[in-house]
Design a binder for this molecule. Structure first.
Ligand code: SAM
Length: 226
């Protein structure tokens, strides 16, 4: 994402009631932060927050948390919330490499990665959000049976992400290399800012839904024997 520094964004994000400050202090207590017992879904690298805003409006029984490291970007999501505050949506301004300091073991039910930065140079592969290093972090915070959903138009990044799954202990339940022509996977699809931009330019969108391999095998055995 090309980043334009917005003067004053740090102070606005630092004082916003929609942004959890010192998020590590809420580790293990996220449901209490929302005041209910609903599941927690997070988007890592949320950008300007269109996806989460739409999801939160459509699914009031889910608590959503958006994670974005740049205040200048997060600011745009705050503007949407000021116009239409949603009780089931919060934001954290942080680097996702610190996820385990902010979420307790199994505290998150679902993780969305949408149009993650590709970091094309091999030496930066571990910064890619679907890399095995990040999958190990997601493994710590995701509840048993929890899933990760990843979308991108970047085929090289998607191929890399698929290759990372098996060595990291994850299995894909669904994969599409052209999401917008896949009736089943498109059901209920909510477009992100980047998805709108790239799909309208004609780029096919790739998507996977993955589970820990152990959970996947258990579920499949249960559904074939039961
Ligand atoms: N998810 C949005 C979408 O699909 O429209 C935004 C996609 S944009 C290409 C990627 C976003 O992820 C950027 O805003 C970037 O700052 C954020 N991001 C990338 N790596 C991150 C990290 N390690 N921690 C937090 N945010 C990150």
């Amino acid at each position: 994402m090309r980043l334009r520094n917005v003067p004053g964004s740090e102070a606005i994000v630092g004082n916003s009631p929609f942004v959890v400050q010192e998020a590590g202090k809420t580790r293990g207590h996220w449901k209490a932060a929302f005041g209910n017992d609903n599941p927690i879904h997070i988007e890592v690298g949320m950008g300007k927050g269109k996806f989460l805003n739409t999801m939160a409006m459509g699914n009031p029984e889910i608590n959503y948390i958006g994670i974005e490291r740049y205040t200048s970007v997060l600011l745009r999501a705050l503007q949407k919330m000021e116009e239409n505050p949603l009780p089931n949506l919060l934001f954290i301004c942080m680097d996702a490499s610190e996820l385990e300091q902010v979420f307790g073991e199994g505290e998150v039910s679902r993780i969305y990665l949408n149009f993650s930065d590709p970091w094309p140079k091999a030496r930066y592969a571990k910064r890619r959000l679907p890399s095995r290093q990040f999958l190990a972090r997601y493994d710590k915070i995701l509840e048993p049976g929890g899933r990760i959903e990843f979308k991108t138009d970047n085929r090289a990044l998607f191929d890399f992400a698929v290759e990372e799954l098996e060595p990291a202990g994850w299995t894909a339940r669904q994969i599409s290399y052209d999401l917008h022509r896949d009736g089943e996977m498109m059901e209920g699809n909510v477009m992100t800012e980047y998805e709108e931009k790239f799909s309208s330019a004609g780029n096919p969108i790739c998507k996977y839904i993955v589970y820990r391999t152990a959970d996947f095998l258990q579920n499949n055995t249960e559904s074939t024997t039961g």
